[in-house]
Design a protein around this ligand. Structure first.
Ligand code: NIG
Ligand code: FE
Length: 380
């Protein structure tokens, strides 16, 4: 049992309501990977080890609750075409599926490791990772096995799209039958791309069937909803008690009301609006209604190839009407709630000692210095 005292924290964001905001001149003690003491530096107890952060600001390590990090291939040409005026429909997913099926475990593992390291180097200490670029039993299971090597937060997304050439009904039978059976042992969550506006994704009835089968197999639920147009995803997620509905780009007033009256977190993905040149949802409308908001990267080769949670914070502040404090909270505590995790996303006593250390005097620099790599992840 080694205790570790971290001093010289210029500003410490804990999300502990007892402190009424960030602590200045703070210190923190961790033991066995957990926070055991937080307070003013002058009151700090002795510990076996000691390090000093020389005035750096610290926030809880970012919780990136939505990524698709296991894939092969490149779609930068699709991105360039979109910036020149084409519209995102989900059709490009087929390109990534072909490249991913053709890649070896070693290639996928190496690419995944690089992206996980990239994410951590920008302050992320908890990651969710989805399958969804296999779309056959063998590859979906393979992707989840690889994801499980790096996180407990794995999500079965066999219902990402109907693969090219497949019959819709037959594919749904596969996803809710043999594919689910093979994948469930490697996944905590199940997800579905519910968006009738995409010819490749799933409508309300199909999505409900996928989610109910997954729930019966013991998986917890999350939903890709309301990304391309107003649609049924949000209300379905709320009705089935999903932990989170992600994207929420197009929301009706009734969607906002449904979220506000539920435990389902609205996870906003500002990098997707950026990289698909889509209008941004109004986070203020959700927060003012009483809904909980999370921010995540959605890192994937199609709609947002970024692992940077600080960039998501900056975009959410600039484009979605969040204050900097709200955006930091959404990228930490919000993400934790979207994953139904009590042990991350905050730095109260008992939390995992997962920090994002900022090369800056205050958390505000996360939005004030867009594109500058000021955050790094540190697990004590
Ligand atoms: O979250 N919307 C569905 N799936 C991904 C994009 C997948 C892709 O285009 O490769 C998303 O945006
Ligand atoms: Fe996604």
């Amino acid at each position: 049992m080694t205790s570790h005292l971290v001093t010289g924290i210029g500003e410490l964001t804990t999300h502990d309501d007892r402190f009424g905001g960030p602590l200045l001149g703070a210190a923190l003690v961790a033991q066995d990977g957990l926070v055991v003491w937080v307070g003013s530096a002058q009151d700090a107890p002795a510990a076996d080890r000691r390090s000093d952060l020389a005035g750096a600001a610290v926030v809880p390590g970012f919780v990136d609750s939505h990524t698709h990090l296991v894939f092969a291939g490149d779609r930068s040409a699709e991105f360039e075409a979109r910036m020149a005026g084409t519209t995102y429909t989900g059709g490009g997913i087929a390109t990534t599926v072909a490249a991913t099926r053709a890649a070896s475990d070693a290639e996928l593992r190496a690419s995944l490791a690089r992206l996980v390291a990239e994410s951590r180097s920008q302050g992320t200490t908890t990651l969710e990772i989805k399958s969804g670029y296999g779309l056959d039993v063998e590859t979906e299971e393979r992707l989840l096995r690889l994801a499980r090597e790096v996180t407990a937060e794995t999500t079965f997304l066999g219902a990402h799209v109907v693969p090219a050439g497949a019959d819709r009904g037959e594919y749904l039978a596969l996803v809710t039958g043999p594919m689910l059976a093979a994948c469930a042992p490697h996944a905590r969550w199940a997800d579905v791309f519910c968006d009738p506006a995409s010819p490749y994704a799933f409508d309300a009835g199909e999505s409900r069937a996928v989610l109910l089968a997954a729930q019966a197999a013991g998986l917890e639920l999350r939903v890709h909803g309301n990304q391309l147009a107003p649609g049924p995803g949000v209300k379905l997620a709320v009705e089935l008690g999903a932990a989170s509905v992600d994207h929420c780009t197009y929301l009706a007033d009734s969607d906002v009301a449904a979220l506000a009256g539920s435990d389902t977190v609205a996870t906003l993905l500002p990098g997707v609006e950026f990289s698909t040149r889509s209008p941004s949802p109004n986070a203020r409308r959700l927060l003012d209604a009483g809904a909980e908001v999370a921010l995540a990267t959605d890192c994937n080769p199609g709609t947002c190839f970024s692992t940077s949670m600080p960039l998501m914070i900056a975009l959410a502040v600039r484009e979605m009407g969040m204050t900097v404090a709200e955006a930091v909270r959404a990228a930490t505590l919000g993400g934790a709630h979207a994953l139904r995790r009590e042990d991350v996303g905050h730095l109260r006593v008992g939390a995992r000692a997962d920090l994002a250390v900022l090369d800056a005097p205050t958390y505000r620099h996360l939005a004030y210095r867009p594109g500058v790599p000021i955050a790094r992840g540190l697990s004590l």
